[in-house]
Design a protein around this ligand. Structure first.
Ligand code: B3K
Ligand code: ZN
Length: 869
């Protein structure tokens, strides 16, 4: 690889900062390519030492350095730092410099895109704005003055409260903001532009009135209400559930079109990807509505878990992210269907987190080594991090968990702390030893729980043994036993749950902390079937030698809805994995037997529509992929399609009745309607696959009559799955209708990218030239290139290697524009460990090509160097 090797940072190397900054005065004069930044910091030496002050900075043109009002001469600059020799212990440091927001395509630091200035500082973007101690354990209050042209930038926003403003003679104006809460620089934000503004109020539990302001692109006001409503729900929920109230007098959210992630929790001024703000029935799907509510809540919840108590160093990222994801998941569950939510959470773990654990990028939720911090905003840190918090919630009970949270804020409000500090608070508040549980923070990998059981008909004793197994991960060979809460129940052959305790207790939680633990049950009349891992009580894989018949019983009889869904998924998975290599007759029989087990589900009137739709949805290719050690991609893809089709044909009549079961109502994002649309659109997919004679008519009708995006996309998805010519016609009509709406067009780009046709690469190349496509916008790149990479199995993994090469070519270009997005999209390419040798070599070849790129970013370097053998 052609690069100078970037430095590895280690968690164990943490040292307190040599200097502290407790107040910052910033002044920005916004000019496209020459923005002037004046940063005045009140600096104090931390402890007694004579080390110099070393500030971080990247791509900054330094104009002057003054100490206590006098120009300093004694400083040295490198590409990434400014070292100032100083022997005073407390001083005022004034740094004036120039930056270029217009040419900043990395969307990190201060950038100008689509006529608006915007910042993104987490994790280490503040150093692209000014020389500073860019680390989360330096907490300061900020006063910020922004000066800009008044016509083009009527809104000048920053953190905290607006304290002053004025006009200047040259058509410019200025606004001054003051944030009274101490914060690390990663929570700093500035936005300047012209927006439409949606305003509202929230009265807190203590009676304070908070001004809510939502800034959207001109003309988008009608799409902001759902986000604002979601914010109010989140504010209320955090008061009721966690007793946490908002602290500033104003809460602002700005939606921008150019953004690397979903959103950012800057103090009092959240910046959002417009995808997670804007919604109306015509342009947003039910899923979009759901995600907006969840992301708005997530960023809001950060105000306490992240901002008031923040991270000591970036290795502790899960301190705020794992906890905040857990909080947003609980919120979403309370706002809609808990079971559908839990299933979605688990899919993320099984499809993506297990994949990360099995790859060269495996890391514990609290990583030990990092080259580029942006590479660690991962499903492991976020979603497995949330599962770890959830296990604490299970082990300590809701009351115990909330007591721990209370103590955590009492101890650490206003500080930058560690994951250990968090666990300590949980431990102290509950008087429970969590020393072994702490290993979840330091150990990577997916534990496997092997369950075996025996039944003795004479003594009527049932024994069930749980064993935890840990396989080595790429970066960590030695593993230790964890504390794993396993919730389970036992079913008899009449599908009744056995009583497992003294009282009427159907479910037990085993705290598995040894290699193997065995439980005994007496007076058991016949051999029961265990229903395991209720609610996905731990992020593990469970291995029990179920027969298909037993799985069928768990699916029908378990008292836990998650376990019922999971059993159904295992039934499907087993069937799919066992198809290859069988004769045609054997295949037909096995498929028919599996499908027959779902008859009571599809015909059930008792089961909720949401759960029914989930049970009748096949496991994704990604989930199936993660269940195997080595994968024959073509066979797996083929077998999944085979079962899909058979399911469509066998239940054709049921699909038709499900499709037509509900009366059409005007669109509302409301649980019952959401569930009905979900079922209808699932049925439509199956009807299309079953080659239902009048299906084209059904599709066209729904497409033409749809008053909402969920139903329109439902048609396109079905037509695509059925490989119908109609698909192309409808796509054309869709594009004509939505040409001017980039967020909607992203859905169209993504559908194209996921098409299973031999001309897929030509198709994507043409779309790259589409007038609305630009490599500079992460949403467009994710929609087109990201979708191809992550979801188009046949195209990406084409055995001729063209898919890999295509992606590599693109990533080489994207490396120069936006390294963060390039490093996200490369994920499927570095996950070559489970595919066949031929593909492994083809993938590695492309990784080497990218690795040889001149000017390779740290982001890509880290992933490629780890993944190449
Ligand atoms: N904290 C931000 C993510 C920042 C990502 C930096 N590459 C959003 C969130 O998790 O809420
Ligand atoms: Zn977050």
């Amino acid at each position: 690889m052609s690069t100078i090797i970037p430095a590895v940072k280690k968690r164990a190397d943490y040292r307190q900062p040599d200097f502290l900054i407790d107040h910052v005065d910033l002044e920005f004069t916004l000019i496209e390519t020459t923005t002037k930044v004046i940063c005045i910091s009140k600096v104090t030496r931390n402890g007694s030492h004579n080390k110099p002050l070393i500030l971080d900075g990247e791509g900054i043109q330094l104009s002057s350095v003054c100490i206590n009002g006098t120009e300093a001469a004694d400083y040295q600059q490198t590409d990434t730092s400014l070292t100032i020799d100083i022997d005073t212990d407390t001083f005022e440091l004034r740094i004036e410099s120039i930056i270029n927001p217009k040419d900043n395509s990395s969307l990190e630091g201060l950038y100008l895109q689509a006529g608006a200035y915007c910042t993104q500082c987490e994790a280490e973007g503040f150093r692209k704005i000014t020389y500073f101690l860019d680390r989360p354990d330096v907490l300061a209050t900020y006063d910020v003055k922004i000066i800009a042209d008044k016509v083009n930038f009527p809104f000048l926003l920053s953190n905290g409260n607006k304290v002053d403003s004025g006009d200047l003679s040259d058509g410019k104006h200025w606004i001054k903001w003051s944030d009274p809460f101490k914060k690390p620089c990663y929570l700093f934000a500035l936005v300047a532009g012209d927006f439409d503004l949606l305003e509202d109020k929230f009265v807190t539990q203590s009676g304070r009135t908070i001004a809510l302001e939502l800034f959207v692109d001109k003309g988008m006001l009608g799409r902001g209400q759902h986000a604002l409503d979601s914010l109010k729900k989140a504010m209320k929920w955090d008061e009721t559930e966690f007793g946490l109230e908002y602290d500033l007098d104003i809460y602002m959210i700005v939606a921008v079109d150019f953004f690397n992630m979903g959103a950012m929790e800057n103090k009092g001024l959240n910046v959002f990807n417009s995808k997670f703000v804007l919604a109306d029935a015509q342009t947003a799907t039910d899923e979009d509505y759901f995600n907006i509510e969840a992301v708005i809540a997530h960023e809001y919840f950060h105000n306490w878990t992240g901002n008031r108590v923040t991270c000591r160093d970036w290795f502790q990222l899960s301190l705020k992210e794992g906890l905040t994801v857990f909080r947003d998941q609980q919120f979403s569950a309370d706002m809609s269907s808990p079971i559908v939510n839990r299933i979605q959470n688990v899919k993320v773990i099984r499809e993506r987190q297990f994949a990360e654990d099995a790859s060269a990028m495996s890391h514990p939720i609290r990583p030990d080594e990092v080259i580029e911090m942006n590479n660690f905003y991962t499903v492991t840190v976020y979603d497995k991090g949330s599962e770890v918090i959830r296990m604490l919630f299970t082990l300590l009970s809701k009351t115990g968990f909330l007591a721990g949270i209370k103590l955590y804020f009492k101890r650490f409000d206003g500080q930058a702390v560690t994951c250990d500090d968090f666990v300590q608070a949980m431990e102290d508040a509950n008087d429970k030893d969590l020393s072994q549980f702490r290993r979840w923070y330091s150990q990577s990998g997916t534990p496997q729980i092997v369950v075996t059981d025996t039944y003795d008909a004479i003594s009527k004793i049932y024994r069930i043994a749980f064993e935890q197994k840990h396989i080595a991960t790429f970066e960590q060979k030695e593993k230790q036993n964890l504390v794993i809460p396993i919730q389970f129940s036992l079913l008899n052959d009449k599908l009744e749950s056995l009583n497992l305790g003294d009282t009427d207790q159907q479910q037990l939680t085993l705290e598995l902390n040894e290699t193997q633990q065995c439980l005994e049950f007496y007076n058991v009349e016949s051999k029961p079937i265990p229903s395991l891992l209720h609610g996905f009580s731990a992020p593990v894989k469970v291995d029990y030698p179920y027969t298909q018949q037993q799985l069928g019983n768990v699916m029908l009889g378990s008292p836990d809805e998650f376990a019922r869904w999971d059993a159904g998924q295992q039934l499907f998975s087993n069937c799919i994995h066992n198809l290859a290599g069988k004769t045609e007759l054997q295949q037909t029989t096995s498929i028919a037997e599996t499908i027959a087990m779902f008859e009571p589900i599809i015909e059930s009137k008792d089961i909720s529509l949401a759960l029914k739709a989930e049970i009748l949805t096949l496991p994704s290719f990604e989930t199936l992929f993660q269940q195997l050690d080595t994968v024959n991609i073509d066979a797996l893809n083929q077998s999944r399609k085979q079962l899909f089709k058979a399911l469509a044909q066998t239940f054709q009549a049921n699909w038709l009745s499900h499709y037509s079961a509900f009366e059409k109502q005007p669109y509302a994002y409301q649980s019952q309607q959401v569930e009905q649309r979900k079922m209808q659109n699932l049925a439509l997919k199956y009807l299309t696959l079953s080659a239902q004679p009048d299906v084209e008519q059904l599709l066209t009708q729904q497409f033409n009559n749809a008053d909402n995006m969920t139903d329109s996309l439902g048609v396109l998805g079905a037509a695509q799955l059925g490989d119908l010519d109609l698909f192309e016609r409808l796509m054309l009509a869709f594009e004509q209708k939505w040409h001017a709406d980039p967020l909607v067009l992203d859905k169209w780009f993504a559908l194209h990218a996921n098409t299973d046709r031999s001309d897929i690469l030509a198709r994507i190349s043409i779309l790259m030239g589409h007038s609305r496509f630009t490599i500079n916008n992460p949403n467009r790149v994710r929609a087109l290139i990201g979708t191809f990479c992550f979801f188009n199995v046949a195209g990406f993994h084409n055995i001729d290697g063209t898919g890999y090469k295509f992606v590599a070519d693109y990533l080489i270009k994207l490396n120069e524009v936006n390294p963060q997005i390039a490093a996200r999209i490369i994920t499927p390419l570095i996950q070559w460990q489970k595919v066949d040798k031929t593909r492994q070599q083809l993938m590695q070849l492309q990784l080497m090509r990218i690795g040889d790129t001149k000017g390779l970013s740290k982001d890509l370097f880290e992933k490629i160097s780890k993944s190449l053998p």
